[in-house]
Design a protein around this ligand. Structure first.
Ligand SMILES: CC(C)(COP(=O)(O)OP(=O)(O)OC[C@H]1O[C@@H](n2cnc3c(N)ncnc32)[C@H](O)[C@@H]1OP(=O)(O)O)[C@@H](O)C(=O)NCCC(=O)NCCS
Length: 238
């Protein structure tokens, strides 16, 4: 058997041609997925928006986005592919967002998250986000409150040290071992019986309407926060 050469995760800018793959992850991750045209609008028309993807070879295994509003970075969306969770991809994406935010002069990063979304909350807490407030009944699907989580100053000493330590730790992680099915061998976060395999870009409904593809929408509440979009675009649930 010939050993496969290691393929590393690379984080770079989201492009329009990435949207079919992004939409697959949307549908796996959110019960009210944003349609691809919403992302296209963000990429092409919103100068505040910054969207990134994590690539493993040619495959997109996660994405994240934020708006840079004066001196604040507001995280708008964040997800990794179901079969690729708990492999450090979320951390790489968050590091990239925070780097970009700091480089563009943001003093803090903020986001909303459901209290019930323990995976995301733990990730954000690990990276220095703290709960600073609550938006009561923020989520319209189940009236769940949103926690507002914000970092301390991105250019402050303790945050810079935290990021440096976490970056060093992420850099020492072994490459993700991928099996013959093209999926990670080690899967800590997949729900029993769940599979992300077979989710192909070909099966995407570009309108994002539920039930029109072979992919099941998650039954849990949509974990994203709600953001206010630029003029002419309505509020969405993240
Ligand atoms: C939240 C999410 C992006 C994390 O992505 P990921 O690639 O699995 O994250 P990582 O592997 O980099 O995990 C980093 C940290 O996140 C936390 N974390 C991630 N998954 C977790 C889980 N299932 N349980 C507890 N903590 C978890 C841990 O702190 C972990 O660090 P550790 O491995 O040292 O314990 C992913 O679970 C996801 O896409 N969820 C659905 C969409 C969503 O909820 N988005 C956030 C909206 S606010």
């Amino acid at each position: 058997m010939v050993a496969r050469p290691p393929v590393r995760i690379v984080v770079d800018r989201m492009k329009v041609e990435d949207l079919p793959a992004v939409h697959v992850i949307e549908r796996e991750s959110f019960s009210t997925p944003w349609p691809s045209h919403a992302y296209r609008q963000e990429l092409e028309n919103n100068r505040l928006a910054h969207y990134i993807v994590a690539r493993w070879g040619d495959e997109i295994v996660g994405f994240a986005g934020m708006w840079l509003l004066v001196d604040e970075a507001h995280v708008t969306t964040f997800a990794t592919r179901l079969a690729w969770r708990r492999q450090g991809i979320g951390e790489r994406l968050l590091l990239a967002l925070l780097d970009l935010a700091a480089a563009r002069g943001a003093h803090e990063a903020t986001l909303e998250v459901r209290p019930s979304n323990t995976s995301a909350r733990q990730l954000y807490e690990k990276y220095g986000f703290k709960v600073v407030g609550v938006r009561p009944r923020y989520y319209s699907d189940n009236n769940e409150d949103a926690l507002i989580m914000t970092t301390e100053s991105l250019d402050g000493r303790s945050m810079r040290q935290r990021i440096a330590d976490l970056r060093a730790e992420v850099a020492t992680r072994p490459d993700i071992e991928v099996g013959d099915d093209g999926m990670p061998v080690r899967r800590l976060d997949a729900a029993p019986g769940s599979t992300a395999a077979g989710s192909t870009a070909d099966s995407i409904d570009s309108t994002g309407s539920a039930g029109s593809t072979g992919l099941d929408a998650p039954s849990a509440p949509d974990p994203r926060a709600r953001i206010i979009r630029p003029s002419g675009v309505t509020r969405r649930q993240l």
